[in-house]
Design a protein around this ligand. Sequence first.
Ligand code: ZN
Ligand code: ZN
Length: 264
Amino acid sequence: MTLVADAVATYGERRERARDLGARLDFAEQPLRLYLALVDAQERAFEHALSSQAAADDLVAFVVRDALPGIMEATVAAGPERLAEAALLRFHEGDLEGIVEAWLAGEEQSGTDTFLARASASPVLEALPDLAATLRLGDTDDRHCPRCGGLPQLAVFADTGETLLTSQRKLVCSRCANEWVLSRMTCASCGETSGAKMPILSDVDLFPHLRIDACEMCRRYLITVDRRKDPRAVPMVDELAALPLDLVAAERGYTKIARNLMGF
Ligand SMILES: [Zn+2]
Ligand SMILES: [Zn+2]
């Protein structure tokens, strides 16, 4: 039985939020349309992984056989032409098991390979946390996922009814969607703790509940989703819609700690 943590919504909630934001935000319509196609395939992969309990030695084959075809179909149906073409080429000519294996091992990959492997494998890791733990990457500090060693995709303040001052900041893993607590005043990339070195940037008219947490020391940033300000927010979906904030960060020379599924 998998406990769905508070920052990590169900697939139904992710779908509903993507529809809602895609209808409201012109700039996010295209990536969220692709996301909506992917999320159906991801939900099927998640549920099948749960019911079949794939073993570690069968994981790569399971992902290629059970998840990747649906991801391919969604990408061709709803992705931008260049991505759809590149994905098709990889599907027919690439070493699919090698692509998934490399992603699981945290190796550098092309954008297309990262996209295909991540979209296919992450729902399986999310469904099988014990298995995700056996694939742990090297880093063991508190800026990496305590389960799989992945980098944080985003930060969340949960809508717990606590006061603004006491609520904890959680990070959500870019690989397995696990969440963990990191002190609010610590850079999620380099561990810097001086607030003066960590600018916060936002566009409160556009996204009252989102902000950029950047760091002058390592020049990295991530998006923080404040569910106290918008309880309907679904962090991993809202993060995909935060394109204008990503542009602001890029203009100032910051690089995201972990690019999201769409490559932003
Ligand atoms: Zn993880
Ligand atoms: Zn830093």
